[in-house]
Design a protein around this ligand. Structure first.
Ligand code: MTE
Ligand code: HPA
Ligand code: MOS
Length: 773
């Protein structure tokens, strides 16, 4: 079965926020933002702007009837700046006007006077000044400190990874309508309708019941709308609340890039110890996360980095420490992988460092240290149904890893100015929100008297295909065709207190709730059939809309049964609640059982570098992935392809550049390059591993959204491999993204110093540690 939406998408029929017919009387909002990254707000003068044609209202912090606070984890983020500004692009005021043009034109007439304060952009510098969002966290297994002495080899180094712009096709926005009872209805492009509802209620000073949030679909979220859709929803709602008119607020692309947070850049130290057999004995990592100016989701992202600091390897002695550092960048936020890619980049750097120094292939070290059944993660959860070795060995055999290596070596021997590189990237990703309480969901299922079905859940469709999967779960559980099912918009009035659609767990949580609701309805209908037809309930099933008794057609079908139930006054609606069983985690000891299960896989990546120009091509990414019993192979394959390419973009082309004043220089698609058809891998193979899935996965179909992003990390190490084939003895810093510029500079380390004098302002991090690689 295909994804339900694409035909409507390509015909332009799907409704996004900006397609909603505009209601008469609508006001358009434009955001006045800080042009200074840090400073004291001296004066905010809106008088001249209010005189501009079409301008109706200009709202500042003083106009907020409730609390000026939208911080999700830590209450440290005002909706509109008050007293100080903490990043460039921070909302300071909201212009409401009769047209979009009038609202935009009024912006330059607002006078914002700021006394500048020192600007921090470097996380290590922030940490040195004690600018931490939350106290540091350390995950420990065994005793790394005691283990170094017994290691045959110990290597230390530094690894830097950059941020990443989400670049959802649909920018952030919301459309808010005042409602009769002094409330507000918001149509929002959000992954977290309840977050928008909760924070809007707080800002307006009303109960959550006065705020209804509705989401039809997003033109992509990728984590960027888990928390950061909230300000736009709350601002539009504030406008509607004060003006008593509908208010529409949609950011244009450059405003979105400037004002919203991104993937967290990390600067990290590593130390790795191995015995003579290349077994990793000890690992130590220290992560400096660039959180930006407010907490947002940074503490949760930081924690997930620690959970995955050892990727898919068993290491008996681990100390991993992480600092969430407050800087004057826009608050960084969730982005596919949620801190895991950053953590994996560091352990893969440590392994590459050891391999390069020891003169062995990194894959020798990687393969030898893969997780096995029953191994403990540093947070003490054991692997159960571990497919790390199966994924590796299947990929290596299916795609002929030794043959690929031979091919690369032969090519490199035969070519002076073209070099190929190869890397293996195994992954392991824990499924569940790391905050145990968030692992709950509800489904509201109505069967209408004609046998058609409406399903409401907390799941938000953002392209990932969750609505398709939920329709499949309902159809399969009820024994009817998918054509009878409609997955409704996500609405806080129909399904309350939802977790955001995130953590790759949306289909599991909402799909399981849907399954429970549909099972209850099926049971109710079949009990009625048993009574009416005097049949044994235990032998009854519904298949292809026909009721079967002990495998044979009985004298009723779906439509008749539904109709009979109505006339017997039996409820055709069900509301079910699902909470992932068995989860627990103690954030004091950092131990417990936080994940429902883990997802495994392995990617083989080959690249070719033009050693004259520094340009490169990703020749092939070949993946063996653990889907379990895939509910929808077409959707799941799409997730792997999209995720892998997005990861390649992060590791290669996508370079966020901020200057020392905290100004985003790569602020449009002219200066920020994402992968296109030409930079995507020429070959992208996906093999579905033969694995049983997990009972905590919906119908044993494992979560798939985020894990594939991490396959992109292989491209970084394949490029490094190619560069080393050209310059075997040159030390190369572990610094991502590996842009063509960086490749060129790495290929010619003795080029004129003028060339090297150019350093990207993104690489401002003050690294002082002594390094081996
Ligand atoms: N795929 C598409 N097409 N668009 C998206 O915005 N978001 C990703 C992933 N795949 C995303 C996507 C992220 S960050 C997550 S957490 C998951 O989808 C969320 O959906 P799921 O829980 O249903 O996998
Ligand atoms: N993953 C993704 N999003 C989240 C998480 C998580 O573990 N926790 C809170 N939001
Ligand atoms: Mo995804 S980063 O959990 O929205």
């Amino acid at each position: 079965m295909n994804h339900l939406d694409p035909a409507r998408h390509v015909r332009g029929e799907s409704q996004y926020l900006d397609d909603i017919p505009v209601q008469h009387g609508t006001l358009y909002a434009a955001v006045v933002e800080s042009a200074v990254a840090h400073g004291q707000l001296l004066r905010l003068d809106v008088a001249a702007a209010l005189e501009q044609p079409g301008v109706v209202h200009i709202l500042t912090a003083q106009d907020i009837p409730g609390e000026n606070q939208i911080g999700g984890i830590v209450p440290d983020e005002p909706l509109l700046a008050e007293g100080h500004v903490h990043f460039r692009g921070q909302p300071v005021a909201l212009v409401l006007a009769e047209s979009e043009h009038a609202a935009q034109a009024a912006l330059r007439h607002v006078r914002v006077e700021v006394a500048p304060l020192p600007v921090l952009v470097d996380p290590r510098q922030a940490a040195a000044q004690g600018e931490l969002i939350v106290p540091p966290r350390t995950f420990r297994l065994g005793d790394a400190e005691a283990a170094w002495a017994g290691c045959a080899h110990v290597f230390e180094g530094v690894a830097e990874s950059g941020g990443q712009e989400h670049l959802y096709i649909e920018t952030q926005g919301a459309y808010a309508f005042p409602t009769e009872m002094g409330g507000v209805r918001i149509i929002s492009s959000t992954q977290g309708p309840t977050a928008v509802q909760r924070h809007t209620a707080r800002v307006l000073g009303v109960g959550m019941h006065q705020v209804e949030v509705d989401v039809t679909r997003l033109g992509g979220g990728f984590g960027g709308k888990e928390d950061q859709a909230t300000p736009w929803g709350a601002l539009a709602a504030l406008g509607a609340f004060v003006a008593r008119r509908p208010v529409k607020l949609v950011l244009d692309r450059m405003a979105d890039m400037r004002m919203t947070g991104k993937r967290h850049p990390y600067s990290s130290d590593f130390k790795i110890g191995l015995d003579e057999n290349l077994t990793i004995v000890a690992y130590e990592a220290t992560f400096f996360q660039n959180a930006g100016a407010a907490a947002d989701l940074s503490p949760a992202v930081l924690e997930r980095t620690l959970f995955h600091a050892t990727n898919t390897y068993f290491i008996p002695n681990v100390t991993a420490t992480a600092y969430s550092c407050r800087t004057n960048l826009p608050p960084n936020t969730a982005f596919r992988g949620f801190g895991v890619p950053q953590g994996m980049f560091v352990i893969e750097s440590a392994i590459a460092c050891a391999a390069e120094r020891l003169g062995v292939a990194a894959s020798e070290i990687q393969r030898r240290n893969l997780l096995r059944e029953g191994d403990l993660f540093p947070y003490r959860q054991p692997t159960e149904g571990c497919h790390a070795e199966q994924a590796w060995d299947t990929a290596a055999a299916l795609y002929d890893l030794p043959g690929l290596r031979r091919e690369v070596e032969e090519f490199n021997a035969a070519h002076r100015l073209q070099k190929k590189g190869l890397a293996v990237m195994p992954i392991c990703f824990g499924i569940s929100f790391t905050k145990t309480a968030m692992n709950q969901a509800r489904a509201l299922v109505h069967i209408y008297t004609d046998g058609s079905v409406g399903v409401s859940t907390g799941a938000v469709e953002m392209g990932q295909g969750v609505n398709t999967k939920i329709a499949q779960v309902a159809a399969r559980t009820l024994g009817i065709s998918v054509g009878r099912i409609k997955v409704e918009s996500t609405n806080t009035t129909r399904v309350a207190n939802t977790s955001p659609s995130a953590a790759s767990a949306t289909a599991d949580l909402n799909g399981k709730a849907t399954e429970l609701a549909c099972r209850a309805l099926r049971e109710r209908l079949l009990r009625l059939a048993a009574t009416e037809l005097q049949l044994d309930y235990e032998g009854l099933h519904i298949e292809d809309e026909q009721v079967l008794a002990a495998g044979k057609p009985a004298d009723t079908n779906w439509e008749k049964l539904v109709s009979a139930a109505y006339w017997q006054r039996i409820s055709l609606s069900e509301n079910a609640h699902y909470a992932t069983p068995d989860l627990h985690f103690n954030p004091e000891t950092n131990q417990g059982y936080p994940f429902a299960y883990h997802v495994y896989g392995t990617a083989l990546t080959t690249v070719r570098v033009d050693c004259l120009r520094g340009t490169y091509e990703v020749e092939a990414v070949r993946i063996a992935h653990d889907f379990g019993q895939s509910l929808n192979p077409a959707v799941d394959r799409g997730q792997i392809e999209g995720g892998a390419v997005q990861g390649i973009g992060w590791m290669t082309l996508e370079e966020l550049v901020y200057n020392e004043e905290g100004r985003l220089l790569s602020n449009s698609l002219n200066s920020y390059k994402i992968p296109d058809l030409y930079s995507a891998p020429k070959v992208l193979d996906v093999h579905f591993l033969d694995t049983p899935g997990h009972p905590r996965a919906v119908l044993r179909s494992k979560a798939v959204g985020e894990p594939p992003l991490m396959y992109g990390i292989g491209t970084y190490f394949a490029l490094r491999d190619a560069i080393r084939a050209f310059r075997p003895d040159t030390p190369l810093p572990f610094s991502a993204p590996m842009t063509p510029e960086k490749v060129l500079l790495n290929l010619y380390p003795d080029a004129p110093s003028t060339l090297h004098a150019w350093t990207s302002p993104a690489q401002l991090n003050s690294v002082t540690t002594s390094v081996d690689c």
